[in-house]
Design a protein around this ligand. Sequence first.
Ligand SMILES: [Zn+2]
Length: 273
Amino acid sequence: MPELPEVETARRLIADRALGRRIVGVDDADTFVCRPHTPGQLRDALVGRALTAACRRGKTIWCPTSGIGRSATPGPDLGVLLGMGGRIVVTSADGRAFEGGGPRRRDAQPRKPEWNRFALEFADGGSLVLFDKRRLGRVRLDPDLDALGPDAQQVTEEEFRNLIMKGTTAVKARLLDQSKIAGIGNLLADEILWKARVAPAAPVNRLRRQDADRLYRALQSAVRSAITRGGVHTGDVIPARHPGGTCPRCGAEMKHGTVGGRSTWWCSREQAT
Ligand SMILES: [Zn+2]
């Protein structure tokens, strides 16, 4: 499922290719993806405007919109969640398509038009589409960001330490808690814990300050590298997450269990509890 790095590639795509283009049509007929809005509500709110920025916190993207015509009064924010495998496809005025979001390998070909769950049509003839075979993405106006902690890419070392070390929960569960730090999913959490050599089930109040600082550095480097390489599935330990897998660093057997309710793999030697 898309985690912060995949969502960031979708955000950058919108920022690079979809801003400032006047919206002349909106396909918001999918009442599940566009809930709680009714058909036509998103269209009425967005036609005549343009996206003016593409922002992200954790896995939530939102785009502020311009006023209509000469009006300086901005419109609502357009919120987009990619769900489990959604991708953003932006088409230029000359018909070239650019994509960002979840890994391409999840897309079955040929694509069916009904998997386009939401679309903006621009005055120049291009479009922005949420392509989402599994239909778990979400589009809504003015999404509520209050429930989210600071973004995992932007959290400071001190904030991270304060958010990560309080309580008795397993450190992996804490990393996955979007209300504490937003954007880390299952694969990224395993990669961060492995890089930092921290046991996923370790209670957070047993972490030493140097453990928290190592986790912070591991988070930063894992996110950076996943964005550069094209997604969390490119992480160093991800290919070893299978029965018989061995640690790519020390060669020890990888262990498997459920931590924080999620399937978890860790190095039996370097991440022992
Ligand atoms: Zn190891």
